[in-house]
Design a protein around this ligand. Structure first.
Ligand code: ZN
Ligand code: ZN
Length: 310
């Protein structure tokens, strides 16, 4: 495992994000790196894989750049780069939710061990997973509320559903992959009138690094070529998720082989072969099909450097 996969973000005013983008590009040029890094006036949201040496060099470099001193990294190892390109871009919104959010109102942080303690207490609480439905379909905390949202934008409307169904003093615990969506969504729920909102610091990734799979079941969906990873490499978890065709337990994602569909769906190996990587019979008889290759497995299909799942 000679590569490291980094996940990190920081909300902090960046005076000149375009300059920060070019500094990143200059530093990363020629290195063994792949990434999806977004920088805005609000801060940075980064995911990266790199050879061990280049990853360490980058982490040291970034925290010495003005404005980025407080970035903390979540680190996994990998045997190769996991992003299709080296992407560093300016983006107006770090988290796409299409509304103004006052981040000073965000929820209290719970460290992974505090989170675990809260789950093990007898306290009455509402555990909300604020990831998209295809992410929670392969893994989540036991007993968590899994909203039927396909994109983070849909969580906007879901906040109304929550406030119609739960009292303002409900103790809410929320989690997402790396923590950045909770920063935003905890503030949204507080604006909606919820008084007791906490967020998992460092997200599910950090929880897995610190606490393993306690109270968790399944895999963790990630927005890179791995698609799903074990929350803790040392511990096997049960399979969560079911094959779209035959409903048996399945936790492998495929992009439908019909190029005009490309839908991301869970599928067992048998059905993937039988349906030639397609999500439905209609897709199987479509005119523009990618050749299904059983050997190479379900590498995600990409367009313009983005996983379609994004
Ligand atoms: Zn199946
Ligand atoms: Zn399809």
């Amino acid at each position: 495992m000679n590569y490291l996969v980094l996940a990190y973000y920081l909300f902090k005013d960046i005076k000149n994000p375009l300059e920060a983008v070019s500094q990143h590009k200059a530093f990363l040029k020629g290195r063994d790196v792949s990434s999806r890094i977004y920088i805005s006036e609000q801060g940075i949201n980064g995911q990266m894989s790199a050879s061990r040496l280049d990853a360490i060099a980058y982490m040291e470099w970034l925290v010495n750049q003005e404005g980025f001193e407080e970035v903390t990294f979540k680190v996994h190892s990998s045997c190769e780069n996991v992003f299709p390109h080296l992407t560093v871009k300016y983006r107006k919104q770090l988290v796409a939710i299409d509304r103004e959010v006052d981040l000073s109102k965000r929820g209290e942080y719970l460290t992974p061990s505090e989170w675990r303690k809260a789950l093990e207490s007898n306290e009455k609480l509402l555990l909300i997973d604020v990831r998209n439905d295809y992410e929670t379909a392969v893994g989540h905390f036991k007993g968590a509320l899994l909203p039927p949202c396909k994109t983070f934008r849909e969580f906007n409307g879901y906040a109304d559903v929550l406030s119609e169904n739960f009292a303002p003093d409900t103790r809410i615990l929320m989690c997402c992959t790396g923590g950045i969506r909770c920063e935003v969504y905890s503030a949204v729920l507080k604006e909606k009138g919820f008084e007791d909102v906490s967020q998992l610091k460092g997200g599910i990734i950090q929880y897995g690094l610190d606490e393993g799979i306690a109270h968790w079941e399944g895999k963790l969906f990630v927005f890179d070529e791995r698609l799903t990873i074990a929350l803790d490499e040392q511990e096997e978890s049960v399979t969560v998720g079911s094959c779209k065709h035959c409903s048996t337990l399945a936790d492998i994602y495929y992009n439908c082989a019909n190029m005009d569909c490309n839908d991301l769906f869970l599928c067992c190996k048998g059905c993937a072969k039988e349906h030639q990587g397609c999500c439905s019979d209609a897709c199987k008889s479509a005119s523009r099909l990618r050749l299904f290759n059983e050997e190479s497995g379900p590498k995600p299909f990409r367009r313009k450097g983005q996983l379609l799942a994004k």
